[in-house]
Design a protein around this ligand. Structure first.
Ligand SMILES: [Zn+2]
Length: 90
């Protein structure tokens, strides 16, 4: 699947081919620190080894994660958001 993305300010843009079956949520502490969040979602681009942060991609809704890794480092609350109040807007 071809995806496009850009950095937050829009000065850097990119496109890549990703396998939607390889979209992964990583709960490791490195990804928590790098993303400033409870986990990081990434889509590995084969055959190269770099990854793209899904949060930057335009096609985020089309790339649901297929697996979670480093779950032993996961924050307890991040593993179950089903009971958290949901608002469609802030
Ligand atoms: Zn990680």
């Amino acid at each position: 699947m071809k995806v496009e993305g850009k950095c937050h300010c829009g000065q850097i843009t990119y496109e890549a081919i990703v396998d939607p079956e390889k979209v992964t949520v990583c709960h490791c502490t490195d990804c928590q620190m790098l993303s400033g969040s409870a986990y990081r979602a990434s889509a590995i681009d084969a055959p190269t080894t770099y990854s793209l942060r899904v949060g930057c991609l335009q096609q985020r809704a089309l790339l649901p994660p297929g697996k979670q890794i480093w779950c032993r480092s996961a924050l307890d609350w991040a593993m179950n958001l089903q009971d958290v109040t949901r608002l469609s807007r802030q």
